[in-house]
Write a protein that binds this ligand. Structure first.
Ligand SMILES: Nc1ncnc2c1ncn2[C@@H]1O[C@H](COP(=O)(O)OP(=O)(O)OP(=O)(O)O)[C@@H](O)[C@H]1O
Length: 372
């Protein structure tokens, strides 16, 4: 490929990757000065010591146009020929200081050290973020526009929507609507290929996907006022999503064989419950026993058997911790969209039998509220 692209290393101070063989002596590795050298540390060194580099006053990404990196000697030497493009490896805004270091390197010419990047008018700031802020790099969405613009070049619309949601949550853009309008088209490209997608439907689908991502981070798209009306996913859509989620839960081989290990009491409960499920009769069962007596073990065996037979089984718990130990487990608040404040009138609907696959609910650790 011509011109070739230099991928410029990006790391916080003393956090460069070091590779070594398992048999190598760790003290020897630590005392080897070569191991600490990277494109970035040597870029700083060149800015301190090399007259030509000082005179050129370059950004990190411009450096490879004038200097060549030697992997064996870990030094930059003056370029004699050839044209290359320098690219700083990408960094997600959630990476914090590393992201702000990148932002500074993209904008500050000829820095001589990490400390130098944190210095403005003789004053040192504690973090790269503060330094970026004081330099005005965080104002007016500029860095976020750069981040999205760059991502548009190499990321699929699906990933762009994830990035956009992350930016909304973690980077507090001054004007989310402006950012949305600027990148809506790039984030919608995959939907263009679908048949019967009018612009309104397309926008709705894109915003709904962004909303799904935001929900996993505890936020909602309507907080950001990206469009004038509220984004509401249709009942059919959200049910389709739920069914899709449940259907994609992988039943492991190990779980499928759990029923063989059940003790007498577990087996008794397993048989009774399974019988009800298979005959499509309704029923509510309460499993009780001291901690560690095998309740969760029984639920896992039941979930695996029921799901492997093509039924939908909702593994529901009161707490997130309990949810994490059941395959496909979700908290009741997440699963049934229960609001924080509930009153006597509140009820939640579970659509049963849309496609003739009975919906079964396992509720682990009911401790506070009778919900169903
Ligand atoms: N029939 C069984 N055969 C083998 N191991 C079992 C069996 N039943 C339970 N166990 C094991 O015993 C341990 C405790 O079981 P489990 O977590 O299911 O108990 P529990 O009643 O749900 O506990 P808690 O109420 O504290 O959540 C687990 O390591 C589980 O794998």
């Amino acid at each position: 490929m011509s011109p070739s692209v230099y991928h410029l290393q990006l790391h916080l101070e003393n956090q460069q990757f070091v590779s070594f063989k398992t048999a190598d002596n760790i003290d020897k590795i630590m005392n080897n000065p070569m191991i600490r050298k990277t494109m970035l540390t040597e870029y700083f060194l060149m800015n301190r010591t090399n007259e030509y580099a000082k005179q050129l006053n370059l950004l990190y990404k411009e450096f490879p146009q004038y200097f060549v990196w030697s992997k064996s000697y870990k030094i930059w030497t003056r370029r004699q020929r050839g044209h290359v493009i320098g690219r700083l490896v990408t960094c997600h805004p959630t990476e914090g200081e590393r992201y702000y270091l990148r932002l500074l390197l993209m904008n500050v010419r000829s820095p001589e050290s990490y400390q130098d990047l944190r210095k403005i008018d003789g004053k040192y700031y504690d973090t790269f973020r503060e330094s970026a802020e004081k330099r005005g790099l965080l104002h007016h969405n500029n860095n976020l526009v750069d981040c999205m613009t760059e991502a548009v070049c190499y990321q699929m619309p699906y990933s762009l929507r994830h990035l956009f949601a992350t930016i909304l949550v973690y980077c507090n853009p001054d004007n989310p609507k402006e950012l949305w309008e600027q990148f809506e088209e790039s984030m919608s490209e995959d939907f263009n290929k679908l048949p019967n997608m009018d612009p309104k439907k397309k926008r709705h689908s894109v915003l709904n996907h962004i909303n799904d991502v935001l929900h996993t981070m505890g936020h909602d798209v309507n907080e950001y006022r990206l469009i004038s009306e509220n984004v509401v996913s249709s009942r059919v859509e959200s049910e389709a999503k739920d069914v899709n989620f449940e259907r994609n839960i992988v039943v492991t081989k190990e779980d499928l064989l759990l029923y063989k290990k059940l003790n007498t009491e577990q087996k008794k409960a397993y048989d009774i419950i399974l019988q009800r499920v298979l005959t499509n009769e309704s029923g509510a069962f309460f499993i009780d026993g001291p901690g560690g007596s095998g309740k969760t073990f029984l639920y896992r065996a039941l979930l695996a058997t029921v799901r492997s037979k093509g039924f939908i089984a909702l593994a529901t718990t009161t707490s997130g911790v309990a949810a994490s130990i059941l395959p496909g487990g979700r908290t009741a608040h997440s699963r049934f969209k229960i609001p924080i404040n509930i009153d006597e009138q509140f009820s939640c609907n579970i659509n049963n039998d849309d496609d003739h696959s009975t919906c079964n609910v396992v509720y682990n650790e009911i401790i506070q509220k009778a919900l169903l």
